[in-house]
Design a binder for this molecule. Sequence first.
Ligand SMILES: Nc1ncnc2c1ncn2[C@@H]1O[C@H](COP(=O)(O)OP(=O)(O)OP(=O)(O)O)[C@@H](O)[C@H]1O
Length: 584
Amino acid sequence: MKCCSRLNFDVKQSANLLTGMKLNPHMLRAYWFHVIPQRFQFSCRRWASKRSKAVNNNTWIVNENDLRKYSPAYKLEGEHELYMVQQQHERSKVRFQKLPLHENVQQGLYKNFPEIRYCTPVQMRIIRAFLMNRFSFMVRGWNGSGKSFSGLLAALSMYHEFMDKFSSVTNHGCQVLIVVPNKNLAQQYQARVEKLVSGEPLQEPLQKVSQVLEVSLFRIEEVKRNLPFILIADYRDLERLKKLNHPILGQILTNLKTIVFDESDLYIPTEGRQRRLSAPEPRTSSTSLSSFIHLCREHSMSSKTNNDLSEKERQTKMKNGTWLPSLIFISATNSWPCADYVGSKVTNQLGVIGINRKFQPYWNLNCSSKIQHFLIEATRDQRSDSLRMEDVKYEYAREPNLHFSIGDAPLFYENVEMSADMFVNLIRKTLLELYKDHRVKLAPKKNILIIIPKEFDVSWFCEKYQRIGTSLLRSFECYPLKGEGIPESHEQKQIAYVANASEIRGVYLPEVSHVFHLWSTLSAASYLHIAGRTGYLHKNGMVFNFLLPEFLRSQDFESLNCSRSALLVLQRIGVRPHRFFEEK
Ligand SMILES: Nc1ncnc2c1ncn2[C@@H]1O[C@H](COP(=O)(O)OP(=O)(O)OP(=O)(O)O)[C@@H](O)[C@H]1O
């Protein structure tokens, strides 16, 4: 497997690079410098080992997970590496002050996020690598390990540094583009920027620091006049602008230094067997990362004076990514197939943070052990017309190879109204069960999240069932997540956030401990993100999945039966569902 081709790197810079990746240079010691006299390769070990010595005698691989093995302190312990991956979720002993963030950002963090003091290991790596701004890299870390947050801190730090260096008269243009998959996440980024800079004497209006790109005629004109330093854009909007060949794209791309693709596995097309192995969400056919990157290349190329170069030199530079802004791919479900694609088709300078291939051999997916999953099948009793809930009996799929293709056939609900009614009843019954005396410790303390399938309109759902719960005190006010940001007034109330599965990717919902999910996906990656809305920073969480076989249609279900298909999805992320009802 080719991960990415070689990166010609000045050896003098390698120590910097390693420090940036939080790797102590002493690990390299003489051995490493002997092996890499001129070149430095940031790539996958297996690929390099396949190449013949003649071709490859002076390249080596740096995957931060592998490199630790060469540290003098390294001891071979059973699941050491697996443990390292888990560690990424926990807070380290390193404070944000120790990181090379601009002092204004440090202050904003200190004042407005008093609960955030220590960074997680993955945040440390992202911030250092981001601020070096020398190479593209891909990050995989647990849901809720603070990846997006650290990316934003680094971007703001870049902004302040720029403003210190050049006067505010200098037009900075758009230097950081943050690409997100949904409007909820875009609003969350913007709200975080506003919170981070609040109370700070800004050198220019907030509009010029960061803005969400909205593709309506009036709004686009506004953005055009006031191009912000950090632009947050929905990927679908960028696609639309690209199709229209809109001149604003040219303006955005000209000064760009960094592009952050949040939830990047959604945009990276991995095809065929690899796609099925990593079990991603179904994509719309219009997604075309490489053509977007090509556009970036062309723009940054035309903005630089390079008339002296011959056509051949231009082609080589285009190919090896010299004219690209640094690309940062962040997601909890980035996998080796993703790194493989980006390494071969987009840039040949790709670093990887947190992707440990060895212990997650197929799909690289893994769920936090602090989240409990329940899989409950509901059927209607024809005689009494009452609902019957039952834990799905666990069975292990011994030969999952046979079922790799699960998730390829579309899944849809028949009779939306009836299934919504049943779903709400199921939530009520579950809450009732949770508030029983012997379980009350497990009951939700504050907010809950309700995930409904794509066929259900969230506004319709919230209007129909305004409050869901068991009694007035123990009920939750429904609030649709439609990309409008979460109001602060929610702090006093108990809220049931309602969203479609595709709209909650990457969104942080405060104090959500329970997720109620009307089964809506056959993709393990998608399920991991649904479950990941709870259990932030290794906190406890519960996910209740409800199956309504009566209304659920999919070819995969027909061939495998409904509960078994759902179990296979859970199996793909290494989860065995807990029993919710006591055995009689
Ligand atoms: N070091 C930290 N200590 C405490 N809380 C933190 C820390 N870093 C981030 N957080 C909090 O955790 C929340 C989630 O962070 P963020 O959305 O960046 O996670 P993520 O890894 O991107 O999650 P996902 O994979 O779901 O997108 C943030 O809103 C922030 O309030």
